[in-house]
Ligand binder design. Structure first.
Ligand code: NI
Length: 175
């Protein structure tokens, strides 16, 4: 059975809260949240989702980069469920690139992000996993991680002139 949840929209309190750590990875409740996140993400053109976006203030994200109409140049990866994630930048180097968010429809912006990070998370089997990400996948991770901290990508924009209507963004990427 598919459990497709409504996506919380900018202005909702849950998107501005610090999410709670997951204390019982193997519980039925955690499994239900993960299933709802997976099904909800699969019903969209998004490349990631965070539990607060389905109004659940817990530290669970899915990073699922894939080419789509929203992100035509995204690399393909297996959707990865990350519980209680954290990261460290491997250098101070940041690059600006386009982001959007299912919670902020119709808008895209250029957002500076670390290009190289090391991440740690607990997987669905309660194992601690560390790996390095760079480029677009590092960007998606940082975007989803921010949702657990009550931050949205527009908070990270350097200059309001870097905020575009999605229709203008598509003219640029499809040019
Ligand atoms: Ni988002």
């Amino acid at each position: 059975m598919n459990i497709i949840k409504e996506i919380a929209q900018l202005g909702a309190t849950v998107l501005r809260q610090q999410a709670d750590k997951v204390t019982d990875v193997s519980s039925a409740e955690t499994q239900q949240i993960i299933n709802a996140l997976k099904d909800t993400l699969a019903s969209t053109q998004g490349v990631g989702i965070a539990a607060p976006q389905i109004s659940i203030s817990k530290q669970i994200i899915i990073v699922a980069s894939r080419p789509s109409t929203r992100y035509p140049h995204a690399p393909l990866m297996e959707p990865t469920i990350m519980i209680n994630p954290s990261y460290q930048a491997l250098s101070d180097h940041k690059e600006k690139d386009w982001e959007g968010c299912l919670s902020i429809p119709g808008i895209r912006a250029l957002v500076p992000r670390y290009t190289d990070i090391e991440i740690t998370y607990t997987d669905i089997n309660s194992q601690l996993v560390s790996m390095q990400f760079s480029g677009f996948i590092a960007r998606v991770f940082q975007h989803e991680f921010d949702h657990l901290d009550g931050t949205v990508y527009l908070d990270r924009v350097d200059d309001n002139k870097d905020i575009f209507a999605e229709s203008e963004y598509f003219k640029i990427v499809n040019a």
